[in-house]
Design a protein around this ligand. Structure first.
Ligand code: KG4
Ligand code: ZN
Length: 341
C-alpha cells in the first residue's frame, strides 16, 4: 500500500511517499528556517505564505523521487492539527483537492501520532506496549501505546514544551533560532554542574512536565550575573557555555525522571524517544544509558525523522487507514487538536 503524505503544521513544508507504513520511498522537506531565523522565531504569516509557494513543488518532487504517479497512490494522509492554523490549512486544502481530483481516500493524521510512528520507518520490530516520549517545539508528552495506533496520555507539559524552552533560552542569549541545535553544540563544551537548577514538581502530584520555571531561572541567572547577549555564535564565552550545559542537564534530567518512573509503573516492552528535541545528543545518550540499565529496548528515529517530516505522517496515516479512519468532506484544520486524553 502506498500513501502520499503531507505535513505543513509549522515551518516545514513536507511531502513523502510511504510504502506499507514502514518504508519511506521519498521524504522531501522544505524548511523555512532561514526566513524565520532573523525574527528569532516562527512568524505565522510568513510561514503560510511560504507553504503556499512550496506545497505544489514539494508534492511533485516527492512523487518524482519515489518514481511513481498519483495513479499508484492508494490514499493521501495529511496533518490536520495541532499547529499554526494558516500553515495547517495549506497542506490540508492541497490534500483535500488532490484526494477529490484523483478519487483517493483522505486520512486525517494528528501531528503527534506522526512523531510516535517515525521510528517504525527505521526499525522492523518495535515490541508493544511501547512508552513514547514525544519532545518537540510544541509538545512534551509521554504516551503508552498498547496497540498500534492507540495512544493513552500519561504526562504532558503544563506550560512550555522542552523545545520551546531551548528556543527561548537561545533567544535570550542572542544565539539565534532554532535554539535546540545551537545549544546542543555549545553545551558540549560547558560544565553541566556550573549552575544548579531545581526540578519542577507538580503541586497536585501528577507526573506532568513544566519548563517555564526553568526558563525563568535562566533569565534570573542572566540578569544577576549581567550576562550580555552573545554578539556572535562563534565566540561564546565559557560562562555562557557552562550555563547552557547546566540548562540542558536540567531539561534532560526532568524528561528522564518522568520516563523512568513511567517505565517502572507500566513495564513497557519498548521505549520510543521522538520529536525535534530527540535530535539532542545529550538526551539521546542519557536515555540510551538509562534504558540499558532498566533493560528496556529503546528506539530513536534517525535525525531526518525526528524533526518535522511527512514520512512520519504517512506511517501514522497507514495505521489509521487500517483502523478505518477516513476524513469527512468537511475536515477542518484543528490548531489545538489533542490525542490520547
Ligand atoms: O518536532 P519539531 O521539528 O517541531 C515541532 O513539532 O515542534 O521540533 C522542533 C523543536 C525546536 O524547538 C528545536 O529547537 C528543537 O526541536 N530541536 C532541538 C534539537 N534539534 C531541534 N532541541 C535540542 N537539541 C537539538 N539538537
Ligand atoms: Zn513536530
Amino acid at each position: 500500500m502506498k500513501v502520499l503524505a503531507i505535513e505543513s503544521s509549522c515551518d516545514e513544508t513536507s511531502a513523502a511517499v510511504v510504502e506499507d507504513g514502514r518504508k519511506a520511498l521519498s521524504n522531501v522537506v522544505s524548511t523555512q528556517i532561514e526566513i524565520h531565523a532573523k525574527w528569532g522565531g516562527v512568524v505565522p504569516e510568513l510561514a503560510s505564505r511560504r507553504h503556499l509557494e512550496s506545497i505544489g513543488p514539494v508534492v511533485d518532487e516527492a512523487l518524482k523521487n519515489a518514481r511513481i504517479s498519483m495513479d499508484d497512490i492508494d490514499a493521501i494522509a495529511v496533518t490536520y492539527g495541532p499547529g499554526l492554523v494558516g500553515s495547517l490549512l495549506v497542506g490540508l486544502e492541497y490534500a483535500k483537492a488532490l484526494a477529490w481530483a484523483h478519487g483517493k481516500p483522505l486520512i486525517p493524521v494528528h501531528h503527534i501520532a506522526g512523531h510516535i510512528h517515525a521510528p517504525f520507518l527505521a526499525f522492523d520490530d518495535i515490541p508493544l506496549p511501547s512508552l513514547a516520549l514525544v519532545v518537540s517545539g510544541g509538545h512534551t508528552s509521554l504516551f503508552l501505546m498498547k496497540v498500534l495506533g492507540e495512544y493513552s496520555l500519561l504526562s504532558r507539559t503544563r506550560d512550555d514544551a522542552a523545545g520551546e524552552a531551548y528556543d527561548k533560552v537561545a533567544k535570550l542569549l542572542g544565539l539565534g533560532y532554532p535554539g535546540g541545535p545551537i545549544i546542543d553544540k555549545l553545551a558540549a563544551t560547558g560544565r553541566d554542574d556550573a549552575v544548579f537548577f531545581k526540578m519542577a514538581k507538580m503541586s497536585d502530584g501528577k507526573p506532568d512536565f513544566s519548563f517555564s520555571g526553568l526558563k525563568t531561572a535562566v533569565l534570573h541567572h542572566v540578569r544577576k550575573h549581567e550576562i550580555p547577549p552573545c554578539a556572535s555564535r562563534d565566540d561564546v564565552p565559557q560562562n555562557v557555555r557552562d550555563l547552557l550545559a547546566s540548562f540542558q542537564k536540567a531539561v534532560v534530567d526532568a524528561l528522564l525522571r518522568r520516563l523512568k518512573d513511567a517505565v517502572i509503573a507500566h513495564r513497557p516492552a519498548s521505549v520510543i524517544l521522538t520529536g525535534g528535541v530527540a535530535a539532542n545528543s545529550r538526551l539521546r545518550s542519557d536515555t540510551k544509558v538509562a534504558m540499558e540499565r532498566m533493560g528496556v529496548p529503546l528506539f530513536v528515529p534517525p535525525l531526518n525523522l525526528t524533526t518535522d517530516n511527512a514520512a512520519m505522517i504517512g506511517a501514522a496515516g497507514t495505521v489509521a487507514f487500517h483502523q478505518g479512519v477516513r476524513a469527512s468532506s468537511n475536515l477542518e484544520a484543528a490548531p489545538f487538536a489533542t490525542i490520547g486524553v
